[in-house]
Ligand binder design. Structure first.
Ligand code: SAH
Length: 487
């Protein structure tokens, strides 16, 4: 129960009318009622809303949006009618310009509050966020869970926020336009032949997830059905599910269809993909191209690098914005052709291969062995000979190569997962004293934390820019250049 002063008590089911003044980390609106803070999911900054307390704490409460009394100027009609239930988008009801302002503010605030940089220092280096031209249909990958609704009807769609209840929706507003036709085709086939969806509770049933990927540059489509299959080793010509040929014929008619596979996952787990993938139609992989873009107007600058992507590969989900992000990273790296560059957390080598054309040598480090195999293969396909890849943790490989083999670095690029860089990794980077470090980050909070360590260790901020890869959601990417201080 919350309280104000001595006597006013706030409790569950209390209703308030508040003006939403701020946005929380999960995209929720934040309002204040007599000094008491209310977190209101689905409220947009600038709204005046009536909301009901769901959970009251001492100084704050979580409240449910009951009614929009005065809509915010930043409020728009979202394309997706499920945006409130679905866990994917948090701020689709906010005008895209307001989304970008929010992300720019968040990056700045995190750098100041968590990184301990002054506002002036950040304002000096932080350039305006790079937005998308079209904030819908930008994702090249979708993973739809398949299941049944309360009446037992077969459905596929998305998990409702923080649950495993499936909302039937084969037409996500962020995904490729083709997803719908593919999904409807597979569901119709399953209904016709009574092929059951996997049931998490009992571990029975067959189809768990449907993964769809599209190469935006090539137009190639990939479908991978994740199935709960216990049929032992695949015998030649054996079908993984009933009337497989009929389904494949149906999918083959869809324009761009290039690869259909199954992925076996018979484990009782939340992990979507299994380890074994069998191609059942077309090619093993699809292609996509990443081009360099001019960082002034983001026009195309080259023929690009071709990436071959398999169902299990990691690949950036927003290819258009990825080109802008990498082009900025390349510019920040300031390469002249003479440099030795390390690309830590390199995935399938996307950034590494992008840098290789302008560097003497690029070393990539990545923990996932398959990703490193993809990176090597992609280097080969593109005729890139000065990139070398190591399997292992950045915080182990880097010290080893530096301390034991004396490999140095002129420039280090890092692109870690949300938790940021390991302390040992930052420490080795400081010892190696590269001229420049380019930090690509998907979480401004851990970015700020790590930049503090690096700047305390002798580096200074040069340039920083956010690039929105995830319209409709609270997430954003950033790229920062720091330079060694010469004393
Ligand atoms: N730069 C790549 C991938 C970035 S995602 C791209 O843009 O496509 C972050 C990557 O870091 C993932 O591929 C993940 O497998 C890898 N990773 C996670 N922890 C790591 C660690 N400790 N050392 C090296 N790589 C790691």
């Amino acid at each position: 129960m919350g309280h104000k002063g001595n006597d006013i008590l706030y409790k569950k089911d209390d209703v308030f009318t508040v003006k939403i003044e701020d946005i929380g980390n999960d995209g929720e609106g934040i309002g204040k009622a007599e000094g008491y803070t209310l977190f209101v999911k689905d409220a947009v900054i600038g709204d005046v809303v009536k909301c009901k307390i769901m959970k009251a704490k001492k100084n704050y409460a979580y409240a449910k949006l009951e009614e929009i009394v005065v809509p915010s100027e930043a409020r728009v009609e979202p394309l997706c009618r499920y945006h409130r239930q679905c866990g994917g988008c948090q701020i689709q009801a906010m005008d895209y310009r307001a989304q970008l302002d929010y992300k720019q503010r968040k990056v700045k605030n995190d750098l100041v509050r968590i990184g301990g940089f002054t506002e002036e220092a950040i304002e000096r280096v932080l350039e305006p966020i790079v937005g998308m031209e079209n904030a819908y249909h930008y994702r090249n990958k979708a993973q739809f869970p398949v299941g049944t609704d309360k009446e037992g009807n077969l459905i596929a769609g998305f998990y409702a926020g923080r649950t495993h209840d499936i909302i039937a929706n084969t037409d996500c507003a962020l995904g490729a336009e083709e997803n719908r036709e593919i999904m409807e085709g597979i569901l119709a086939h399953m209904r016709k032949h009574h092929i059951p969806a996997y049931d998490e509770k009992t571990g029975s049933g067959l189809v768990r997830h449907i993964l769809i990927r599209k190469g935006f540059a090539s137009g190639e489509l990939m479908v991978c059905l994740v199935i709960n299959y216990n049929g032992g080793n695949k015998k030649k010509g054996k079908e993984f599910f009933p009337f497989q040929r009929e389904l494949l014929d149906r999918l083959a008619e869809i324009k761009g269809m290039t690869s259909v596979s199954v992925c076996i996952n018979a484990d009782r787990t939340n992990v979507i993909m299994g380890e074994k993938v069998y191609r059942i139609w077309g090619k093993d992989k699809i292609c996509d191209t990443i081009h360099r873009r001019n960082t002034e107007d983001f026009s195309l600058m080259d023929q690009g690098i071709v990436f071959h992507i398999s169902p299990l590969s990691f690949y950036q989900v927003n290819p258009v914005q990825t080109e802008k992000l990498y082009s900025l990273a390349l510019e920040y790296a300031g390469l002249t052709g003479k440099e030795t560059v390390w690309d830590l957390y390199c995935g399938i080598g996307t950034i590494s291969l992008f840098l290789a054309g302008e560097a003497k040598k690029v070393y990539g480090v990545e923990t996932v062995a398959q990703a490193v195999r993809d990176a090597r293969e992609n280097a080969l396909y593109n005729g890139i000979e000065n990139a070398e890849f190591f399997i292992g943790k950045a915080e182990e490989v880097l010290p080893e190569k530096y301390e034991k083999e004396g490999i140095r670095a002129d420039v280090v690029v890092v692109d870690p997962p949300r938790k940021g860089c390991d302390g040992a990794c930052l420490e080795t980077m400081l010892k190696m004293q590269p001229e420049r470090i380019v930090y690509v980050s998907c979480d401004p909070a851990t970015l700020a934390r790590d930049l503090r360590v690096l700047c305390d260790g002798g580096y200074e901020l040069k340039r920083a820019r956010a690039v929105d890869q995830f319209g409709g959601t609270v997430h954003t990417e950033c790229v920062v250049e720091i330079q060694r201080k010469h004393i």
